[in-house]
Write a protein that binds this ligand. Structure first.
Ligand code: MLC
Ligand code: AMP
Length: 524
């Protein structure tokens, strides 16, 4: 059997000089390539030593991880791949109810959490049948590393095939509970290998790229696009534990590539230190995960002289489209990065726009975006019906995004058929928030809509209808929500009203609510 473990491909790309710096952190630590190799071997050996029996699902053991960003957390990801286990990253903002659901649904064999959260996370995990709960903090402390310190620093990566499961990423849904998107070694590697070419990553022999890594590492953008990009190219990372616009700007003269969600660009533009001279050493600024406003695109070009490259992707597919890095005959020879578009379908990705009647639409017409390719996931974890609903009979995945492709091939996203708010690059599903709000005392019903916001792009606003005789307090409702849900999901404002606008079918007209509150945070 050939070896197609993603880790092996990443490891093969490490530079010849293993003592060179691979990661430099913003608190002064340096990790060599050898450090990444040895430490991931030790953690992989620890995972293997747990002798986890196969479970009924037939899938390899899952490792659910809710820890603060650290290089060791990345090492844990690499170790999970090496051991042939399945990585399941969880946003640090998730609260008890959310974690309970993910652990109950994925049945991980191993859970890794912060020491502070150990009491409640371990309780949930043990109740769900998890036998091993380790801790890991962002200061290199915790039981995971203590235990791994006793393991060998040599390890032969477990043989994995392209279709074997490598990671599960939970994404919420417009209805019902979150779904775990199952990504294989082949999905992840094919996408990373293609982006290495498409974005013109420079290998160390070609002068090398240096990536500023300032995103969280529990979603596609920071975990896969950024980390795989750097590792598969033998590129050094300047590792920022938390995004701070001043610190990123200070690092620009030492770096060549930066990836961010639009909010990061908006916050950097607010800094006078962001100048053309400061950005002169940079090769590429990439934006994605949420729509980049054309003003941000233009302001960035005017201020730095760089044209942001916008790309589009999702948890189920990793990267789907991208504006060009430079003219390349292999990819159509275009070199224009067009603001307001997400560029071309990436090599190997088939993209079509369909009307509601299921017919393919010609260039320029707006419809549902559907995709197919080696990067597209196999399905949702233990949800065959949901999976079937999201694929067409000829195997295209329905993204839920609405857009068009022009005659030159540029794709533009104009909206979403899924009821989703993207706030600072995080997805917030109104149905989930409404479900929690409707459970609160005094609430008869509620509607959550997204409205424009200068910093986060879009934020949630809740409209609540009181039960007869009740007088719920808007701020108290938000405080209640905060105790139950990840903070980025909390609506930024809440209004108690007497009725929700409805159409003749009785359906809440969210468009009208959006219009009502569209100038809450931005002026007309
Ligand atoms: C934080 N808050 C948010 C928020 N982030 N509210 C709405 N949306 C967000 N994204 C809350 C905080 O909890 C706080 O609430 C208040 O807003 C102010 O917080 P802050 O200090 O300004 O936030 P900060 O910690 O600086 O975080 C902002 C951020 C972060 C933009 C740096 O949200 C972030 O890292 N976003 C990146 C998300 C990302 O990586 N997405 C990729 C998904 S992958 P309070 O009540 O405590 O005051 C994907 C696929 C693809 O989509 O294509 O890439
Ligand atoms: P997630 O489920 O968190 O992976 O989010 C994926 C969603 O983010 C996509 O379906 C899009 O709606 C959105 N998205 C990602 N990149 C872009 C982009 N460049 N422009 C607009 N929306 C984007």
């Amino acid at each position: 059997m050939s070896q197609q473990n993603l880790f092996v491909a990443l490891r093969d790309a490490f530079p010849a000089d293993l003592d060179a710096v691979a990661v430099e952190t913003d608190n002064g630590l340096c990790y060599s390539w050898r450090d990444l190799d040895r430490a991931s071997a030790m953690v992989a050996n620890l995972l293997a030593s747990l002798s986890i029996p196969p479970d009924a699902s037939g899938a390899p053991p899952r490792v659910a991880v809710q820890v603060e960003k650290s290089v060791e957390a990345m090492i844990l990801y690499l170790a999970t791949l090496r051991a042939g286990f399945v990585f399941l990253p969880l946003n640090t903002a998730y609260q008890r109810a959310e974690i309970e659901y993910f652990i109950g649904n994925a049945r991980p064999a191993v859970v890794v959490c912060t020491r502070g959260n150990f009491p409640w996370v371990s309780q949930i995990a043990f109740q769900a049948g998890t036998r091993h709960v380790f801790t890991l903090d962002d200061d290199r402390s915790g039981s995971l590393l203590e235990r791994a310190a006793h393991c060998s620093d040599r390890q032969q990566p477990v043989v994995r095939q392209a279709d074997d499961l490598a990671a599960i990423l939970y994404t919420s849904g417009t209805t019902g509970r979150s779904k775990g998107a199952m990504l294989s070694h082949g999905n992840l590697l094919s996408n990373a290998a293609m982006l290495k070419e498409y974005w013109g990553w420079r290998t160390p022999e070609q002068g090398g790229d240096v990536l500023i890594h300032a995103l969280p590492i529990f979603h596609v953008h920071g975990l896969f696009v950024a980390i795989h990009g750097a590792l598969l190219n033998g590129s050094r990372m300047l590792w920022h534990g938390k995004f701070d616009p001043k610190k990123v700007i200070a690092d620009l003269p030492r770096a060549t590539v930066f990836m961010g969600v639009p909010t990061l660009y908006v916050r950097m533009l607010a800094e006078p230190a962001l100048t053309r001279a400061q950005a002169a050493h940079m090769r590429l600024f990439i934006s994605g995960s949420a729509p980049l406003l054309i003003e941000t695109f233009n302001d960035w070009r005017a201020r730095t002289g760089h044209t942001i490259l916008e790309r589009y992707g999702m948890s189920e597919t990793i990267m789907l489209t991208s504006n060009p890095w430079q003219a390349d005959a292999r990819y159509g020879g275009q070199d224009e990065r067009r603001g307001g578009t997400v560029g071309f379908p990436l090599p190997g990705v088939r993209l079509r726009v369909q009307g509601e009647d299921g017919r393919d639409l010609p260039a320029g017409e707006i419809g549902g975006i559907q995709v197919k390719g080696p990067n597209v996931f196999a399905g949702y974890w233990q949800m065959p019906e949901k999976t079937a609903e999201e694929f067409t009979s000829d195997g295209f995945f329905k993204t839920g995004d609405v857009g068009q492709q022009d005659a030159r091939g540029y794709v533009t996203i104009v909206g979403r058929s899924k009821d989703l708010i993207i706030s600072g690059g995080y997805n917030v599903y109104p149905a989930e928030i409404e479900g929690f709000l409707n459970e609160l005392p005094g609430v008869a019903e509620s509607a959550v809509v997204g409205v424009p916001h200068p910093d986060f792009g879009e934020v949630g606003v809740a409209v609540v209808i009181a039960r007869p005789g009740a007088r719920p307090d808007a701020d108290a409702l938000l405080a209640e929500l905060k105790a139950r849900l990840a903070n980025f999901k909390i609506p930024k404002r809440c209004f108690v009203e007497t009725e929700l606008p409805r159409n003749t079918m009785g359906k809440v007209q969210k468009t009208l609510l959006r219009q009502r509150y569209q100038h809450l945070f931005v002026t007309a």
